[in-house]
Design a protein around this ligand. Structure first.
Ligand SMILES: NC(=O)c1ccc[n+]([C@@H]2O[C@H](COP(=O)([O-])OP(=O)(O)OC[C@H]3O[C@@H](n4cnc5c(N)ncnc54)[C@H](O)[C@@H]3O)[C@@H](O)[C@H]2O)c1
Length: 320
């Protein structure tokens, strides 16, 4: 059924892919973004689409529009960006959630929150099931994001209890793919950009820390399925790829796929950086009938391709 759908943070990495998928499905998309970390470039190819509208707006301020569904993605997502102005990050997470929940309540429509695995902080339980409450430092340099997102979840569940809203929360684990920000300090973009430039690849810590990496197309599919669940399915539901790789393995794979001569260099681990992060996706399998399909190697090839185009460098630069 055709809908008018609001995507906040729609000019960002995940948001732009979501807008694309919603347009493909025949919906009208209103993409709202303040372009803090997102860019018009991410949605340039959609600007001529008759069902696409782009609005510059900061979600910390109320928004009055008429839509049938809301995806709330607006929030800087990488430490470099969310620590740039931590007060604004908390405001975006919390006031953004309040404003979008208020809009959803007034319109009586579904709303889905893009929450994060960071709500688990530095977990003491592996893999993390949704029931795990997390181990979060409330006063660290990552707290503006972690606690902001936790508070947003609280708001979602209070709106659900207080106003019986069909609101939904997904907890997103590390996702990668084309249109990631090239300088966001996230591990995949860092390694790919470093390898394409033929520079050193920096590993923080000993490289034994593990991460799981979900390709963007898989993630967007899970978000769409979550939105389509019955009204009383609120989550939170973990979405991500449970296959673990060490950071060192990722670095070696990127070097191999780029065909780069980059060397690995080591730096100290920043504070509050989790040792291990892996989703328990049993609930997503059961409720959404979903699991990731794209293997890391395949997703990396597409991601490297994107960055290669973006940087305008040859994938083989730096190779004999
Ligand atoms: N990519 C991941 O691995 C990941 C993991 C966990 C959670 N998430 C969540 O998914 C969402 C999207 O993340 P992403 O990776 O696409 O990041 P991104 O930075 O590319 O996208 C966020 C978008 O929100 C916009 N934005 C930021 N503050 C805003 C404000 N006040 N008003 C309006 N727009 C604003 C940015 O300009 C950007 O376009 C975020 O909420 C993030 O917390 C992402």
């Amino acid at each position: 059924m055709y809908k008018r759908i609001l995507v906040t943070g729609g000019a960002g990495f995940l948001g732009s892919h979501l807008c694309e998928r919603l347009l493909e499905a025949g919906h009208d998309v209103l993409c709202v973004d303040n372009f803090f970390t997102g860019t018009r470039r991410n949605v340039t190819h959609l600007l001529d689409h008759k069902s696409f509208e782009l609005l510059r707006h900061d979600v910390t301020f109320p928004l009055y529009v008429e839509v049938d569904e809301i995806y709330n993605l607006a929030c800087p997502a990488s430490p470099i960006h969310y620590q740039h102005d931590p007060v604004q990050t908390t405001k975006t997470a919390v006031l953004g959630a309040i404003n979008m929940l208020g809009l959803a309540k007034r319109l009586k429509v579904r709303i889905l929150q893009a929450s994060t695995s960071e709500v688990y902080g530095d977990p003491t339980v592996h893999p993390q099931p949704e029931e795990y409450w997390g181990n979060v430092n409330p006063v660290g340099s990552r707290s503006c994001y972690d606690e902001g997102k936790r508070c947003a979840e609280t708001l979602f569940f209070d709106y659900i209890r207080q106003h019986r809203m069909p609101a939904k929360v997904v907890r997103i684990f590390n996702t990668y793919g084309p249109r990631m920000h090239p300088n966001d300090g996230r591990v995949v973009s860092n390694f790919v950009v470093q390898a394409l430039k033929g520079g050193d690849i920096t590993i923080y810590g000993d490289g034994d820390q593990t991460r799981s990496f979900c390709y963007v197309d898989d993630l967007i599919e899970a978000m769409l399925r979550m939105m389509a669940t019955p009204a009383d399915q609120h989550g939170p539901i973990n979405i991500g790829n449970p296959v673990e790789f060490t950071i060192l393995e990722l670095a070696q794979l990127v070097i191999e796929l780029v065909g780069s001569r980059s060397k690995i260099v080591w730096k100290p681990l920043p504070s509050d950086d989790p040792r291990q992060r892996k989703p328990d996706i049993s609930k997503a399998r059961e409720v959404l009938g979903w699991e990731p399909k794209c293997a890391l190697r395949d997703g990396l090839v597409k991601t490297i391709d994107y960055f290669d185009g973006l940087l305008g460098v040859s994938a083989h630069e730096g190779v004999e």
